[in-house]
Design a binder for this molecule. Structure first.
Ligand SMILES: [Zn+2]
Length: 219
């Protein structure tokens, strides 16, 4: 436990939607839509075999199954959702957003603070919808690491890979809500200063990461 995965996202951000959220959080009024507003109409339903696999990978957790279904119903997330299934990536709650392999199983853990409430625990349905949107976007972020990175090796991640994961997260959030979590204009991320500038502004706890992955030609 004293050996933190390099894929841990140590940003320490407060999820948007709370009174004390980070200043970059969008205003709730502008962005919270009813579930399904921007979905395919009617929503895409995976075949039974796929859905059963999703249930299994999510440990039958209703929130995680629903998050997968929402991801599946976004234009950008559809392939990602299927990638999770065909590559047997477990989805579970944890104390951090993380992509890793442990004891022979590969997984995405999602910070439990993104677990929506249900039933009589709900005092603000808009807030729960907001958390659900961020949960889906976070699932997309972590899935990016699986598709394009190498979390299974435990080797160094890079700012550039994180930047692209945040970009994907934001894209999914936009497709669900019409709003944004981060800004991307005006950063020249093909040089280390520009890339570092983005992390200084949005996720400074990643600044100690190497700027680019080893395969990147412009280091
Ligand atoms: Zn990440």
């Amino acid at each position: 436990m004293n050996n933190p995965s390099r894929y841990k996202d140590p940003s320490g951000h407060t999820p948007c939607g709370f009174a004390y959220s980070d200043p970059e959080c969008p205003s709730k009024k502008e962005t919270v839509r009813k579930p399904g507003d921007l979905w395919t109409d009617p929503p895409l339903k995976p075949d039974d075999k796929t859905l059963n696999k999703v249930r299994q990978l999510a440990g039958n957790d209703e929130n995680l199954i629903l998050a997968w279904l929402w991801l599946y119903n976004t234009p950008t997330g559809n392939e990602q959702a299927l990638w999770i299934v065909s590559n047997n990536i477990l989805m579970m709650w944890g104390d951090a957003n993380q992509s890793k392999c442990e004891y022979g199983a590969c997984m995405i853990t999602i910070n439990s603070s993104l677990r929506p409430l249900s039933g009589s625990d709900v005092f603000d349905q808009d807030l729960e919808t907001q958390i659900q949107n961020e949960l889906v976007a976070t699932l997309a972020h972590e899935t990016y690491h699986w598709v394009y990175g190498t979390p299974e090796t435990g080797e160094n991640n890079s700012q550039y890979e994180e930047y692209m994961a945040f970009f994907t997260e934001n894209q999914i959030y936009f497709e669900l809500t019409g709003g944004s979590l981060y800004g991307f204009d005006g950063y020249s991320v093909m040089n280390t200063a520009g890339l570092g500038g983005w992390f200084t502004d949005y996720a400074s706890s990643y600044l100690y990461y190497p700027s680019y992955p080893p395969y990147f030609p412009l280091r």
